[in-house]
Design a protein around this ligand. Structure first.
Ligand code: 164
Ligand code: MG
Length: 342
């Protein structure tokens, strides 16, 4: 991997404020409870960056997301080592009748990630969704994401049942690191080939490397925004020493561009990336969205269109809310950077 430059100095708030645009893009299908995805975009010398922490995140948790947006817009991206990246389709916790419609948005699908363990649903709902996915895609690599929705015993019961769908890996079956470790070792003991991936245990953990040090997962799901940007994520991956899958944060094509840059810079990319989520949205800020062709995303820049920024502009009151958030999170990040320098 090439030497990475230091992160850019945080521009003053007024400079970010001057180019900030807030958009609200409708989802085609509800995903993690979101029906309208709001994001704030900033423009710097290297292009646009996307600041899109989920609404419920506090300012501390949102700080690396701002660092990521600034890194993209002020420094751009590292040199790619490939010209396209393989991606998976993502199927939210929909009923079996809706699976075909969701998959049709992704074109040719060679890999698919299916949400399971949704609050308010049962294992029978997951089985029905997976059965329909397998019926439609008999040869695809299939993985599931529980978002920590099971406990250890529940995860083992569910995975015994879901194993018949030939799963490549299970993402965050349980909320915590000791639980991941327990699920992983029990799956192995029982002779299951399903790998265990850590997502929230990387991106929502104070120390993103703890899960790797604890030997609690076979692979890491890496999202550049919550880790502070592409360069920061590359550093973490280098230290973790585990295979990774690059995923997204339900971004517009601007944020997806950063994920593609991360995937494109990695020497090894053993799994399809979760970067096809623009296909779940009913709009974008660019005319030529980063959506898959034949199961891959091209490594290329995106052009943000003024027309689209206007078409999807958030209401005045939502824009003020986001600008207030930008100001507070900027203050948190400035303080953190000052403390690091001192
Ligand atoms: O990884 C993918 O296939 C798509 C991205 C994705 O699943 C997610 C994006 C944003 C928020 C998360 O709840 C979710 C995830 O848990 O991985
Ligand atoms: Mg996940």
């Amino acid at each position: 991997m090439t030497q990475t430059p230091p992160p850019p100095e945080l521009p003053p708030f007024e400079e970010l404020r001057a180019t900030a645009r807030v958009v609200s893009v409708p989802m085609r299908v509800k995903f993690r409870g979101v029906l309208e995805r709001e994001v704030l975009l900033v423009r710097g010398p290297a292009g646009w960056g996307e600041f899109c922490p989920f609404l419920e995140y506090d300012d501390d948790e949102a700080a690396p997301w701002l660092a990521a947006a600034v890194d993209a817009a002020w420094l751009g991206f590292p040199e790619p080592v490939r010209t396209s990246v393989p991606v998976n389709a993502t199927v939210p916790a929909v009923g079996p009748d809706a699976v075909e419609g969701v998959l049709s948005r992704f074109g040719d699908v060679h890999a698919v990630k299916v949400k399971v363990a949704e609050r308010g649903q049962t294992l029978a709902d997951d089985v029905a969704r997976l059965a329909e996915v397998r019926r439609l895609l008999p040869a695809a690599a299939v993985k599931v994401d529980a978002n920590g929705g099971w406990d250890v015993a529940g995860a083992l019961v569910a995975l015994e049942e879901l194993a018949r769908f030939d799963l490549q890996y299970v993402e965050q079956p349980v909320p915590d690191i000791p639980g991941l470790r327990a699920v992983r070792s029990e799956l192995r003991r029982r002779g299951h080939a399903i790998l265990v991936a850590a997502d929230e245990s990387v991106r929502r953990q104070e120390d993103p490397l703890l899960v790797a040090r604890e030997d609690a997962a076979d692979l890491l799901v890496i999202k550049s925004a919550p880790l502070g940007g592409v360069r920061k994520a590359l550093g973490i991956i280098g230290q973790a020493g585990l295979p990774v899958v690059v995923s997204s944060a339900l971004d517009t094509s601007v944020g997806i561009r950063a994920g593609v840059a991360l995937a494109a810079a990695l020497p090894e990319l053993p799994f399809a990336c979760g970067l096809a989520t623009v296909s779940l949205m009913d709009g974008d800020v660019t005319e030529e969205s980063l959506v898959p062709q034949a199961g891959r995303l091209p490594v290329r820049d995106v052009v943000v269109s003024e027309d689209r920024l206007e078409r999807f502009a958030a209401t005045d009151s939502r824009t003020s809310w986001w600008l207030g958030r930008l100001g507070r999170v900027h203050a948190v990040l400035s303080e953190r950077q000052a403390a690091q320098i001192a």
